[in-house]
Design a protein around this ligand. Structure first.
Ligand code: ADP
Length: 549
């Protein structure tokens, strides 16, 4: 029998469609940025001619299809213009993580072979140490704010606004193939060297549709979005394009994004309904709201991902009227992997438990857990745990320059390095990262569960747990805890261990609780266990462990 072909159009999925929508449908929607000199306000309608001019400028600078164009920028309107102009003219947007060390930035720029680099004026000091070490960068474009910087020690730079002013308001967008690279983002290197993830137009398009789904993040036209998550962190979780597709108002915090007071002020002024960021941001915001007595009654969703959401955080935010929507993902999954929505018919007393899981895998993505030793697929029984593997149209199949080919299984699934259980109805419970899980006496202790249990203590603000070498047990857990300011020096190791006794198995009780002023954070605000491990003093094995005193 003849194979019957579908008769639908071969429409290439590309970000040009999102550009088309902001131009035709969302002209009046505002894009607001907090800058040093005050609030900058524009609309998609005003931005589109600038995006066209920017594409013209890139072409004039010799940018060809496939060339990498880097950005070293905060969350702001110009960065958003680059989000559209670069991929839509056929080049690849490479967002640089501005919290990386200079040697990492140098490595990344050279690894990606960036041709043009756009830099916010306030980030010039970051660029200085790289000069002379990034030979592929032919042009640097300065995105100035206020008076021009003293040129001393700086390279020849072009001015963003002058470049745009010299171009035409219309641009003949080329026909793109959906398989072409659109953007590039390096993993933040929490567990190793950064590796380049390359998104295609097709993956970005489908991911955008995924983000918008009602049972996913469900961003809507009526929303006012404030993405606290940086535009260099996994494309700001896909939210800028989702906002363009839906027509949501966008509010950017500029270089004030991580400051709770600024977030609250902006959210109040701009009637923000939708926030997104990592848990450490919300821990700080929750504390600020409690202290100041302020509330944000318009906010309907606070997307929280990047690390597990501690129960204490979810409860604090609930008490402040801010509903956290827990999501899991990684740079390699564009990043949306799963979302913790509560299914219809759930009893109120079960809701919190489900909202604290990593939720169910997003439509479009398939998931399985596999035994790290045998590679065998494990059952979804809520007990067995193994490495999460995923596949789907917005999941990476490799890294730029072919690093780490072993991340893909022989049958084409991406190995995430996260260890989880899955319940019979598909709820994912991340136990740990393979590199953070503590191996004690042949058994595993979840550092994540242990730190959540410690953070539930009323005197504790933050806690990170790492495994340190132990001659008998291989590794034993050690807690690094930060007391709430009012309890500084007023909380003891014994109190914490006592508190944990009815919450975790006896052999999970930490050998030591060490009090510190702040948990070191990674470039994207996660607990940096690499730093803790590197500076950790060995466990005092001779002394009786805290747990057994
Ligand atoms: P990096 O791997 O360098 O930290 P990513 O931002 O891509 O950079 O981080 C992805 C990782 O973050 C995941 O593999 C997972 O370990 C962790 N993660 C993300 N979201 C969650 C979550 N909701 N719960 C637990 N861990 C999470």
């Amino acid at each position: 029998m003849a194979v019957v072909e579908g008769l639908m159009q071969d429409y290439e999925l590309s970000l040009q469609h999102v550009l088309w929508r902001i131009e035709r449908l969302h002209q009046k929607k505002e894009v607001v940025t907090k800058r040093d000199e005050g609030i900058h306000r524009t609309t998609y309608g005003e931005m589109v001619p600038r995006i066209n001019r920017l594409a013209g400028a890139l072409k004039r600078l010799g940018v060809k299809p496939g060339d990498r164009v880097a950005t070293l920028a905060w969350n702001n309107n110009r960065h958003l213009e680059l989000y559209y102009a670069v991929p839509c003219m056929g080049a690849v947007l490479h967002t640089l993580n501005l919290r990386l060390f200079p040697q990492h930035l140098e490595f990344i720029i050279n690894d990606a072979e960036d041709k043009v680099l756009f830099v916010d004026q306030s980030l010039l000091p970051l660029l200085k140490p790289l000069l002379g070490k990034i030979p592929t960068v032919e042009t640097i474009v300065l995105m100035a704010e206020g008076p021009a910087p003293a040129s001393e020690g700086l390279p020849q730079m072009l001015d963003y606004e002058k470049l745009l002013a010299a171009e035409s308001e219309s641009y003949p967008w080329p026909k793109l193939s959906e398989r072409m690279a659109a953007a590039m983002c390096y993993t933040s290197g929490t567990t190793g060297n950064p590796k380049g993830v390359v998104y295609s137009h097709r993956s970005q398009f489908i991911h955008t549709m995924g983000v918008l789904q009602g049972d996913n993040l469900a961003l809507q036209e009526s929303d006012s979005l404030l993405p606290v998550v940086p535009m260099f962190h996994a494309n700001s979780w896909g939210l800028p394009y989702a906002a363009g597709m839906a027509g949501s108002k966008v509010v950017f915090g500029g270089r004030f994004s991580a400051d709770p007071k600024s977030i609250v002020e902006l959210a109040e002024q701009e009637e923000v309904t939708f926030l997104a960021g990592v848990p450490t941001v919300w821990i700080a915001l929750g504390a600020y709201l409690q202290e100041s007595g302020k509330r944000l009654p318009r906010v309907r969703t606070v997307v929280c991902g990047g690390s597990a959401v501690p129960q204490s955080l979810m409860e604090t935010m609930d008490s402040l009227g801010l509903r956290i929507l827990h999501a899991w993902g990684m740079t390699e999954t564009s990043p949306l992997g799963s979302v913790a929505r509560v299914p219809a018919g759930t009893k109120p007393e079960d809701e919190l438990r489900l909202r604290l899981t990593q939720g169910r895998v997003a439509p479009g993505v398939e998931i399985r857990i596999s035994d790290p030793a045998t590679g065998e697929e494990l059952p979804w029984d809520g007990v067995a745990f193994g490495e999460i593997q995923v596949r789907g149209p917005w999941i990476a199949r490799g890294y730029h320059n072919g690093y780490d080919p072993g991340k893909l299984t022989e049958d084409g699934w991406f190995r995430t390095g996260d260890v989880a259980k899955i319940t019979p109805d598909g709820y994912i419970l991340i136990v740990d990262r393979t590199k953070d899980v503590i191996k004690s006496g042949g058994e595993w202790i979840s550092s994540v569960e242990l730190e959540n249990a410690v953070m539930a203590h009323p005197k504790i603000m933050e806690a990170a747990v790492i495994g340190l070498p132990h001659s008998k047990w291989d590794e034993r857990p050690v807690v690094y805890a930060v007391a709430k300011p009012e309890f500084k020096d007023k909380v003891t190791q014994e109190e914490i261990v006592e508190f944990l006794k009815d919450k975790v198995a006896k052999w999970w009780l930490p050998d030591e609780v060490r009090f510190i002023d702040e948990v070191p954070k990674t470039s994207v605000g996660k607990f940096d266990k690499k730093v803790l491990r590197a500076s950790a003093v060995p466990i005092k094995e001779g002394a009786a462990p805290a747990a057994r005193k």
